[in-house]
Design a protein around this ligand. Structure first.
Ligand SMILES: Nc1ncnc2c1ncn2[C@@H]1O[C@H](COP(=O)(O)OP(=O)(O)OP(=O)(O)O)[C@@H](O)[C@H]1O
Ligand SMILES: [Mg+2]
Length: 269
Protein backbone atom coordinates (compact mmCIF):
# COMPACT_ATOMS: atom_id res chain seq x y z
CA UNK A 1 0.00 0.00 0.00
CA UNK A 2 1.52 3.37 -0.99
CA UNK A 3 1.88 6.08 1.64
CA UNK A 4 -1.20 8.23 2.20
CA UNK A 5 0.93 11.37 1.96
CA UNK A 6 4.40 11.62 0.50
CA UNK A 7 6.59 14.71 0.69
CA UNK A 8 9.18 14.22 -2.04
CA UNK A 9 12.30 16.35 -1.72
CA UNK A 10 10.49 19.60 -1.13
CA UNK A 11 12.46 22.85 -1.07
CA UNK A 12 11.04 26.33 -0.50
CA UNK A 13 13.00 29.57 -0.63
CA UNK A 14 11.75 32.92 0.65
CA UNK A 15 14.19 35.41 -0.85
CA UNK A 16 17.53 34.31 0.58
CA UNK A 17 15.98 32.17 3.34
CA UNK A 18 15.66 28.43 2.77
CA UNK A 19 12.50 27.73 4.79
CA UNK A 20 12.55 24.05 3.73
CA UNK A 21 15.47 22.24 2.12
CA UNK A 22 15.01 18.92 0.35
CA UNK A 23 12.47 17.61 2.87
CA UNK A 24 11.22 14.04 2.41
CA UNK A 25 8.91 12.00 4.63
CA UNK A 26 5.72 9.98 4.40
CA UNK A 27 2.51 9.53 6.34
CA UNK A 28 0.97 6.07 6.44
CA UNK A 29 -2.79 5.64 6.88
CA UNK A 30 -3.90 5.89 10.49
CA UNK A 31 -0.61 7.26 11.81
CA UNK A 32 -0.08 10.12 14.21
CA UNK A 33 3.10 11.94 13.22
CA UNK A 34 4.52 15.07 14.84
CA UNK A 35 6.66 17.62 13.06
CA UNK A 36 8.86 19.36 15.61
CA UNK A 37 11.75 21.80 15.60
CA UNK A 38 12.81 25.14 17.07
CA UNK A 39 11.12 28.39 16.07
CA UNK A 40 11.67 29.18 12.40
CA UNK A 41 12.60 25.58 11.53
CA UNK A 42 10.13 25.50 8.63
CA UNK A 43 7.24 23.54 10.15
CA UNK A 44 4.42 25.93 9.22
CA UNK A 45 5.98 26.38 5.79
CA UNK A 46 5.69 22.63 5.27
CA UNK A 47 2.04 22.71 6.39
CA UNK A 48 1.45 25.52 3.90
CA UNK A 49 3.05 23.48 1.13
CA UNK A 50 1.06 20.34 1.91
CA UNK A 51 -2.21 22.29 1.97
CA UNK A 52 -1.54 24.29 -1.21
CA UNK A 53 -1.13 27.72 0.42
CA UNK A 54 2.52 27.90 -0.61
CA UNK A 55 4.08 26.27 -3.68
CA UNK A 56 7.42 24.53 -3.26
CA UNK A 57 10.37 25.95 -5.18
CA UNK A 58 11.09 22.32 -6.10
CA UNK A 59 9.87 18.86 -5.12
CA UNK A 60 6.43 17.23 -5.14
CA UNK A 61 3.62 16.33 -2.77
CA UNK A 62 1.62 13.15 -3.40
CA UNK A 63 -1.64 12.26 -1.70
CA UNK A 64 -3.18 8.82 -2.12
CA UNK A 65 -0.95 8.24 -5.13
CA UNK A 66 -1.91 11.49 -6.92
CA UNK A 67 0.36 14.50 -7.44
CA UNK A 68 -1.29 17.39 -5.57
CA UNK A 69 1.65 19.82 -5.73
CA UNK A 70 -0.11 22.35 -7.92
CA UNK A 71 -3.61 22.16 -6.50
CA UNK A 72 -5.24 25.20 -4.88
CA UNK A 73 -5.95 25.12 -1.12
CA UNK A 74 -9.66 24.54 -1.69
CA UNK A 75 -8.93 21.60 -4.00
CA UNK A 76 -6.52 20.09 -1.48
CA UNK A 77 -9.17 20.43 1.24
CA UNK A 78 -11.80 18.80 -0.98
CA UNK A 79 -9.53 15.79 -1.37
CA UNK A 80 -9.45 15.42 2.39
CA UNK A 81 -6.37 17.27 3.65
CA UNK A 82 -7.57 19.78 6.20
CA UNK A 83 -5.64 22.02 8.55
CA UNK A 84 -6.04 24.15 11.60
CA UNK A 85 -4.02 27.32 11.99
CA UNK A 86 -1.32 28.41 14.42
CA UNK A 87 -3.31 31.63 14.82
CA UNK A 88 -7.00 31.00 15.39
CA UNK A 89 -9.44 31.38 12.50
CA UNK A 90 -12.62 31.11 14.55
CA UNK A 91 -15.21 33.87 13.96
CA UNK A 92 -15.29 35.48 17.39
CA UNK A 93 -18.68 37.17 16.90
CA UNK A 94 -20.48 33.92 15.99
CA UNK A 95 -21.65 31.26 18.41
CA UNK A 96 -19.94 27.89 18.60
CA UNK A 97 -22.80 26.35 16.63
CA UNK A 98 -22.70 29.10 13.99
CA UNK A 99 -18.97 28.63 13.55
CA UNK A 100 -19.56 24.98 12.78
CA UNK A 101 -22.39 25.87 10.42
CA UNK A 102 -20.05 28.20 8.54
CA UNK A 103 -17.50 25.39 8.27
CA UNK A 104 -20.15 22.97 7.00
CA UNK A 105 -21.61 25.42 4.53
CA UNK A 106 -19.25 24.78 1.63
CA UNK A 107 -19.36 21.04 1.69
CA UNK A 108 -23.13 20.86 2.20
CA UNK A 109 -24.17 23.18 -0.58
CA UNK A 110 -22.09 21.53 -3.30
CA UNK A 111 -23.77 19.16 -5.76
CA UNK A 112 -21.25 16.52 -4.69
CA UNK A 113 -22.79 16.22 -1.24
CA UNK A 114 -26.33 16.36 -2.50
CA UNK A 115 -25.61 13.35 -4.68
CA UNK A 116 -23.56 11.55 -2.07
CA UNK A 117 -26.17 11.81 0.61
CA UNK A 118 -29.13 11.41 -1.70
CA UNK A 119 -30.71 14.37 -0.01
CA UNK A 120 -33.24 16.01 -2.22
CA UNK A 121 -34.36 19.09 -0.38
CA UNK A 122 -32.89 21.78 1.79
CA UNK A 123 -34.63 20.62 4.94
CA UNK A 124 -33.06 17.15 4.83
CA UNK A 125 -29.68 18.75 4.32
CA UNK A 126 -30.29 21.10 7.19
CA UNK A 127 -31.20 18.22 9.51
CA UNK A 128 -28.15 16.23 8.47
CA UNK A 129 -25.98 19.29 9.12
CA UNK A 130 -27.52 19.76 12.57
CA UNK A 131 -26.88 16.12 13.44
CA UNK A 132 -23.30 16.37 12.22
CA UNK A 133 -22.69 19.58 14.17
CA UNK A 134 -24.08 18.06 17.37
CA UNK A 135 -21.88 14.99 16.92
CA UNK A 136 -18.76 17.11 16.31
CA UNK A 137 -19.40 19.18 19.42
CA UNK A 138 -19.90 16.00 21.44
CA UNK A 139 -16.62 14.55 20.12
CA UNK A 140 -14.62 17.59 21.24
CA UNK A 141 -16.65 18.04 24.45
CA UNK A 142 -18.21 21.42 23.65
CA UNK A 143 -21.86 20.38 23.29
CA UNK A 144 -22.89 22.48 26.31
CA UNK A 145 -21.45 25.60 24.63
CA UNK A 146 -23.26 25.44 21.29
CA UNK A 147 -25.04 28.78 21.77
CA UNK A 148 -22.12 30.56 23.41
CA UNK A 149 -20.45 33.36 21.43
CA UNK A 150 -16.95 32.25 20.47
CA UNK A 151 -15.28 35.31 22.01
CA UNK A 152 -16.56 34.17 25.43
CA UNK A 153 -14.81 30.80 25.23
CA UNK A 154 -11.80 29.99 27.35
CA UNK A 155 -8.64 29.59 25.31
CA UNK A 156 -8.61 25.80 25.58
CA UNK A 157 -12.22 25.64 24.41
CA UNK A 158 -11.36 27.81 21.42
CA UNK A 159 -8.65 25.36 20.37
CA UNK A 160 -11.15 22.49 20.62
CA UNK A 161 -13.63 24.44 18.49
CA UNK A 162 -10.91 24.82 15.87
CA UNK A 163 -10.48 21.06 15.79
CA UNK A 164 -14.26 20.61 15.44
CA UNK A 165 -14.21 23.10 12.54
CA UNK A 166 -11.46 21.07 10.90
CA UNK A 167 -13.42 17.86 11.42
CA UNK A 168 -16.50 19.42 9.81
CA UNK A 169 -14.69 19.11 6.49
CA UNK A 170 -14.49 15.29 6.86
CA UNK A 171 -10.69 15.10 6.63
CA UNK A 172 -8.66 12.04 5.73
CA UNK A 173 -5.62 13.86 7.05
CA UNK A 174 -5.93 16.54 9.70
CA UNK A 175 -2.96 18.87 10.12
CA UNK A 176 -2.87 20.62 13.48
CA UNK A 177 -0.56 23.61 13.97
CA UNK A 178 0.27 23.81 17.69
CA UNK A 179 -3.02 22.43 19.04
CA UNK A 180 -1.69 22.38 22.62
CA UNK A 181 -0.37 25.96 22.61
CA UNK A 182 -1.78 27.76 25.64
CA UNK A 183 -3.42 24.66 27.12
CA UNK A 184 -2.88 23.68 30.75
CA UNK A 185 -1.68 20.16 31.52
CA UNK A 186 -5.17 18.80 32.11
CA UNK A 187 -6.40 20.23 28.79
CA UNK A 188 -3.31 18.86 27.04
CA UNK A 189 -3.99 15.39 28.42
CA UNK A 190 -7.57 15.60 27.13
CA UNK A 191 -6.29 16.77 23.75
CA UNK A 192 -4.05 13.70 23.55
CA UNK A 193 -7.07 11.47 24.27
CA UNK A 194 -9.10 13.26 21.59
CA UNK A 195 -6.36 12.88 18.97
CA UNK A 196 -5.96 9.18 19.72
CA UNK A 197 -9.71 8.72 19.52
CA UNK A 198 -9.91 10.48 16.13
CA UNK A 199 -7.21 8.23 14.81
CA UNK A 200 -8.57 4.99 16.26
CA UNK A 201 -12.34 5.50 15.85
CA UNK A 202 -12.50 7.76 12.83
CA UNK A 203 -9.47 6.50 10.94
CA UNK A 204 -8.12 10.03 10.57
CA UNK A 205 -4.40 10.36 9.91
CA UNK A 206 -2.86 13.17 11.93
CA UNK A 207 0.14 15.39 11.34
CA UNK A 208 0.81 17.86 14.09
CA UNK A 209 3.25 20.65 14.70
CA UNK A 210 3.68 20.97 18.42
CA UNK A 211 6.12 22.50 20.87
CA UNK A 212 4.73 20.75 23.97
CA UNK A 213 7.00 17.74 24.29
CA UNK A 214 4.79 15.85 26.73
CA UNK A 215 2.03 15.93 24.08
CA UNK A 216 4.44 15.04 21.26
CA UNK A 217 6.09 12.15 23.09
CA UNK A 218 2.83 10.62 24.29
CA UNK A 219 0.71 10.90 21.15
CA UNK A 220 3.12 10.35 18.25
CA UNK A 221 3.74 7.09 16.42
CA UNK A 222 6.65 8.84 14.71
CA UNK A 223 8.36 12.21 14.92
CA UNK A 224 10.01 14.22 12.15
CA UNK A 225 12.48 16.84 13.40
CA UNK A 226 13.42 19.98 11.47
CA UNK A 227 16.02 22.64 12.16
CA UNK A 228 16.87 25.63 9.94
CA UNK A 229 14.74 24.20 7.12
CA UNK A 230 16.32 20.77 7.15
CA UNK A 231 15.09 17.41 8.37
CA UNK A 232 17.58 16.35 11.02
CA UNK A 233 15.89 13.24 12.42
CA UNK A 234 12.91 10.94 12.01
CA UNK A 235 11.71 7.98 14.03
CA UNK A 236 9.75 6.72 17.01
CA UNK A 237 9.69 9.00 20.08
CA UNK A 238 12.07 6.83 22.12
CA UNK A 239 14.75 7.04 19.44
CA UNK A 240 14.24 10.69 18.44
CA UNK A 241 14.56 12.01 21.96
CA UNK A 242 17.97 10.36 22.32
CA UNK A 243 19.21 11.73 18.99
CA UNK A 244 22.30 13.90 19.43
CA UNK A 245 21.39 16.32 16.61
CA UNK A 246 17.91 16.76 18.03
CA UNK A 247 19.20 17.49 21.51
CA UNK A 248 21.70 19.98 20.07
CA UNK A 249 19.00 21.69 18.04
CA UNK A 250 17.15 22.33 21.26
CA UNK A 251 20.25 23.73 22.96
CA UNK A 252 20.54 20.79 25.28
CA UNK A 253 17.01 21.03 26.68
CA UNK A 254 15.87 17.60 27.79
CA UNK A 255 13.24 15.98 25.58
CA UNK A 256 12.13 13.65 28.30
CA UNK A 257 8.42 14.13 28.99
CA UNK A 258 8.97 13.60 32.71
CA UNK A 259 11.46 16.43 32.80
CA UNK A 260 10.23 19.91 33.60
CA UNK A 261 12.87 21.39 31.30
CA UNK A 262 10.91 20.09 28.30
CA UNK A 263 8.95 23.33 28.08
CA UNK A 264 12.21 25.18 27.55
CA UNK A 265 12.10 23.86 23.99
CA UNK A 266 9.81 26.66 22.91
CA UNK A 267 12.44 29.35 22.91
CA UNK A 268 10.06 32.30 22.70
CA UNK A 269 7.28 30.95 24.92
N1 LIG B 1 5.85 34.16 3.74
C1 LIG B 1 7.12 34.23 4.13
N2 LIG B 1 7.95 35.18 3.65
C2 LIG B 1 9.24 35.24 4.02
N3 LIG B 1 9.81 34.38 4.88
C3 LIG B 1 9.04 33.42 5.41
C4 LIG B 1 7.67 33.29 5.07
N4 LIG B 1 7.15 32.22 5.75
C5 LIG B 1 8.17 31.74 6.47
N5 LIG B 1 9.30 32.43 6.27
C6 LIG B 1 10.61 32.16 6.89
O1 LIG B 1 10.87 30.78 6.73
C7 LIG B 1 11.45 30.23 7.92
C8 LIG B 1 10.58 29.13 8.46
O2 LIG B 1 9.39 29.69 8.99
P1 LIG B 1 8.17 28.81 9.54
O3 LIG B 1 7.08 29.76 9.87
O4 LIG B 1 7.88 27.73 8.58
O5 LIG B 1 8.81 28.21 10.88
P2 LIG B 1 8.13 27.36 12.05
O6 LIG B 1 8.95 26.13 12.18
O7 LIG B 1 6.67 27.19 11.79
O8 LIG B 1 8.36 28.30 13.32
P3 LIG B 1 7.47 28.53 14.65
O9 LIG B 1 7.79 27.39 15.56
O10 LIG B 1 8.00 29.83 15.18
O11 LIG B 1 6.03 28.60 14.24
C9 LIG B 1 11.63 31.41 8.87
O12 LIG B 1 12.94 31.91 8.72
C10 LIG B 1 10.61 32.41 8.39
O13 LIG B 1 10.99 33.72 8.70
MG1 LIG C 1 4.97 27.76 12.82
Amino acid sequence: MPALLAIDNVTRMFGGVVAARDIAFELQRGEIVSLIGPNGAGKTTLFNIITGFVKPSSGRVHFDGADITNLKPQQVAQRGIVRTFQITNVFSGLTVGENLRAAQYLRLTGPFWRTMLGLSDARDRQEAADRDAAELLRVVGLEHLRDETARNLAYGQLRLLEIAIGLAASPKILLLDEPAAGLNSEESARLVELLRWLCRERGITLLLVEHDMSVVMSVSDRIVVMNFGQKIAEGVPEVVKQDRRVIEAYLGASLDEDDGAANGMNADA
